[in-house]
Design a protein around this ligand. Structure first.
Ligand code: 16G
Ligand code: MG
Length: 556
């Protein structure tokens, strides 16, 4: 470690304004003007992480996803495209907060090297990409300074969706192995998705055009490029694709806006019966929707995508008579499992358990938790209600798809479809474009309308609100975010309110990405749901450190 080089490089990125940084659910995320020292520290940490993986390539994505354009963020990606391992999150936090002086940063670097027994003579390879935020380029430059100060090599991929960055990281690190994931280029990514989609939908009548809301972010140009590879196998109309005008990114548009507001985005004309979807600002989330003839808005969220995918894969596996080789030598049917969070609508969980008869596992909010839980199944379907998710295939499942031939033409066709799905679905991370094609492939294969898909089960009314509090750290979630252990007494009060409503469910958890706590409620009717939600918002605000304006007092 060349201390003088690190000290000299740090001098251009010193942290002077007292902000406390924290590597949260999705990395560091905040007002972009505060991020310069953080980026430098992430560059240093990425080098250490790569060395600790014996020179494997580590990814860095610069994005603040669905958050406002003025924000930005950064997260690290592990060699197979997963989120940074949790035990390193605290190193990221310590290092970012140590950018106040050369002594502080050298001490933290040294402590990480010792704690992880890192061999500093190992090489370090980093790849970086960013979304369309105006602050992105300068932040990447700060990151590069950090990487180079510790002697790492870095390749800048420029503008990418978050899942594209995860994809290239996985490709680079699996190249030449039995699980090689593909060419680490943007073109190869589009080609892989488009070829799989074309194969699986070959011979079926095309669906009506899909309206795609690009949230005026990176998903829009990526969709345009993907569209060229898809040719006439897929028909769509892209709106909200202006990535050049300031202030438009995610503004009243995108997956998060549509999910929370339960309405179509600005900039989209949606006639009854038309099919539509929204990507988020870095294209790792997607939700679908349509409006009924009577103008009722219908959202097809992550829960609905998960059930559609699980049902489809189980049908294919059963018609293909897939058997999976186990460690004890036996061969047993494919095991499909579904992973949800507390935000999953209660109706979806009931549908999965009672109708699909698929096991459901609950994890805390945040992709890294769901992803790991999904790895326990042959086919692990995980989606957050907000539209982030994917389907993971175990090596044994992939082997079964590759080695089965099928005893009838129908079985052979199903096996081929399963093989296509392993290419179509991003195995590294939730991917809006891949998920979009997955849904469209299933609906094409089954010639199923949005309204038929929506009728699989009926969502309970739900509401999600934010409450600003003095210290969200006082709120300690337990039991996969469904309850709070602290502040003492609050959970009892929530339980009392929930008990007043038929099918009532409500939980409060601190946000990992914003300085607020979130309140989620559902109940049998819209009126009861709102009453439950706003009552609990009031309880939190009044008794547990609410600041600013009291939430929705008109209802309580
Ligand atoms: C981030 C997470 C997402 C989670 C959300 C929760 C990733 C890639 N994304 O967007 O999984 O649902 O945070 O936000 O990990 P919250 O803690 O503010 O509710
Ligand atoms: Mg996102």
């Amino acid at each position: 470690m060349d201390s003088s080089k690190i000290s000299a490089a740090l001098s251009a990125h010193l942290h002077t304004n007292g902000t406390v940084f924290q590597y949260g659910t999705a990395g560091f995320r905040m007002d972009a003007t505060l991020l310069d020292p953080v980026m430098f520290s992430v560059g240093l940490l990425a080098v250490l992480r790569s060395k600790s993986h014996k020179g494997k390539t580590i990814g860095v994505m610069v994005t603040a996803s669905h958050n406002p354009e003025k924000d930005n963020g950064v997260k690290l990606v592990e060699p197979l495209g997963e989120m940074l391992v949790q035990s390193w999150e605290s190193y990221a936090t310590k290092l970012a907060n140590a950018t106040t002086s050369a002594d502080a940063i050298l001490a933290v670097l040294d402590s990480i090297v010792k704690a992880e027994s890192i061999d500093l003579s190992q090489p370090a390879h980093i790849v970086v990409a960013r979304d369309t935020r105006p602050s992105g380029q300068a932040l990447v430059a700060s990151l590069i300074d950090g990487v180079q100060a510790l002697g790492g090599h870095i390749k800048d991929y420029g503008l990418f969706t978050t899942p594209q960055l995860h994809y290239v990281v996985r490709c680079i690190n699996t190249a030449g192995t039995a699980s090689a994931y593909g060419e680490p280029t943007e073109e190869a990514y589009y080609e892989k998705l488009a070829n799989a989609f074309k194969k699986i939908t070959d011979g079926y009548p095309r669906l009506s055009p899909l309206l795609i809301d690009g949230a005026n972010g990176i998903g829009a140009p990526a969709m345009e490029k993907l569209g060229k590879y898809l040719g006439d196998s897929f028909s769509y109309q892209l709106v909200n694709k202006d990535i050049d005008s300031r202030g438009k990114l995610n503004f009243d548009s995108g997956a998060d806006f549509v999910k929370i507001k339960q309405t179509k985005p600005l900039g989209m004309d949606l006639a009854p019966g038309q099919r539509a979807c929204s990507l988020d600002g870095d294209a790792d989330r997607i939700v679908f929707y349509f409006i009924e003839q009577d103008n009722t808005f219908r959202l097809l969220d992550g829960d609905k995508i998960a059930t559609l995918a699980a049902d489809f894969i189980m049908d294919l596996a059963s018609s293909a008579e897939i058997l999976v080789q186990r460690d004890d030598g036996s061969r047993t049917p494919l095991q499909v499992g579904l992973v949800q969070t507390a935000y999953a609508n209660g109706s979806s969980t009931a549908y999965v358990k009672d109708t699909l008869k698929v096991p459901v596992v609950f994890t805390p909010t945040g992709v890294k938790h769901l992803h790991h839980a999904a790895e326990a199944f042959d086919v692990g379907v995980y989606f957050e209600a907000n539209g982030h998710g994917t389907v993971l295939f175990s090596p044994a499942a992939i082997h079964a798809f590759k080695s089965s031939t099928g005893s009838t033409p129908a079985a052979a066709k199903s096996i081929e479809a399963l093989r296509c799905l392993t290419d179509l679905i991003n195995q590294a991370v939730g991917d809006a474009l891949s998920d979009m094609l997955l849904v469209e492939a299933v609906l094409t294969y089954q010639q199923k309308s949005f309204s038929k898909w929506n009728s699989d089960y009926t969502d309970l009314p739900s509401r999600q609100e934010k409450v600003k509090v003095a210290n969200r750290g006082d709120f300690v979630p337990i039991k996969a975010d469904t309850e709070l252990s602290h502040p003492l007494g609050l959970q009892g009060k929530i339980n009392e309110e929930v008990a007043k409503f038929s099918k009532g469910r409500c939980f409060v958890r601190p946000s990992g990405t914003e300085d607020i706590v979130r309140v989620y409620a559902e109940a049998a009717t819209r009126d009861e749901t709102d009453r439950l939600c706003y009552t609990v918002c009031g309880i939190v605000f009044d008794g547990y450190g609410g600041v600013g304006a009291r939430p929705a007092t008109f209802l309580c």
